[in-house]
Design a protein around this ligand. Structure first.
Ligand code: MEV
Length: 301
């Protein structure tokens, strides 16, 4: 049996703008997906993984210039909530691609898995930046920019919390498209938002390195406001975020967002985590504690 795991991710800042060549800071988190492949005599009839196979297998076959993959059983166990901004598609694709390559005895490396996972992300999301697949494959806290080599960052601040604002009804693809249309209609306004996110992302790198909590809170607050102006944060999430801010903390969406219903997992930080926890209990909000900067793709023995 061959087994790989990959982490989920959060965007500390820069989501959406990163699609248009602006920088983003992302981190691998301590929620993982585990993918196991074992040789089988018959084709796997597991319907659940069928749609995933239909996306991943052609990408691997094209890369290796092969027509067939011998039958195998595929098992996927995930701790990463699906469609909530935590990079579940990138994580599952990366772990699955690495598992198939090993199953086929192909000499693989992280670069190959990352490139193929990016191809899968194109099928899932249409026009991805490549940031999600990069951070789940390589792990850590990452400065990502489409045109330059990504850089691993150091962060003194690692403990964050997620608050579930509800699963978005829109897909990442739809949210990226929504921003594309807004950019077409209000180019100057959106470009201004992107420029401001770039400034904040640069400041964030310093705040993380120095462990400057006040700076981090101020940056995330401004960054979230920009995401709201971009039109990717729904009412429900905005209400939760304003309440978190009133307690002295900060919160933002962690990926593409959503407007019709939930906006996915909110990344929250509070100088006094107990205050945040008691706030979420009073409001019956589901939470998860997460650590940032976790390991990327791993072969499990
Ligand atoms: C989705 O996790 C992040 C987006 O910036 C899309 C992308 O980077 O491909 C919205």
């Amino acid at each position: 049996m061959i087994s790989f795991s990959a982490p989920g991710k959060i965007h500390l800042l820069g989501e959406h703008a990163v699609v248009y060549g602006k920088p983003a800071v992302l981190a691998a988190i301590d929620l993982r997906v585990h993918v196991k492949i074992s040789p089988s005599r018959h084709a796997d009839l597991n319907k659940e993984s069928d749609s995933l196979k239909k996306i991943i297998e052609p990408i691997v076959k094209k890369e290796l210039k092969i027509k067939k993959i011998p039958p195998y059983d595929l098992k996927i166990l995930s701790e990463i909530p699906v469609g909530s901004g935590l990079g579940s598609s990138a994580a599952v694709s990366s772990a699955y691609i690495a598992a198939i390559l090993s199953f086929l005895n192909v000499k693989w490396n992280l670069e190959l898995v990352n490139n193929l996972a990016y191809e899968a992300e194109k099928v899932f999301h249409g026009n991805p930046s490549g940031a999600d697949n990069f951070v789940v494959v390589y792990g850590g806290v990452v400065w990502f920019h489409k045109q330059t080599e990504p850089v691993k960052l150091s962060s003194q601040i690692k403990q964050f919390m997620l608050i579930d604002s509800g699963k978005p009804v829109e897909s990442t693809k739809e949210m990226v498209e929504k921003v594309r249309i807004k950019l077409q209609e209000s180019r100057i306004e959106v470009q201004k938002i992107f420029d401001d996110q770039e400034r904040l992302v640069k400041e964030l790198v310093v705040a993380l390195k120095d462990g400057n909590q006040n700076q981090l809170i101020s940056i995330i607050r401004q960054g979230e406001k920009n995401l709201e102006s971009l039109g990717v944060v729904g009412r429900k999430a905005q209400n939760i975020i304003r309440l978190v801010e009133k307690t002295g903390g900060v919160a933002k969406i962690s990926g593409a967002g959503g407007v019709k219903s939930g906006s996915g997992m909110l990344l929250c930080y509070h100088p006094h985590p107990k205050t945040l926890l008691s706030f979420t209990k009073t409001h019956y909000l589901p939470t998860l504690s997460i650590a940032l900067g976790e390991k990327g793709l791993l072969l499990c023995r």
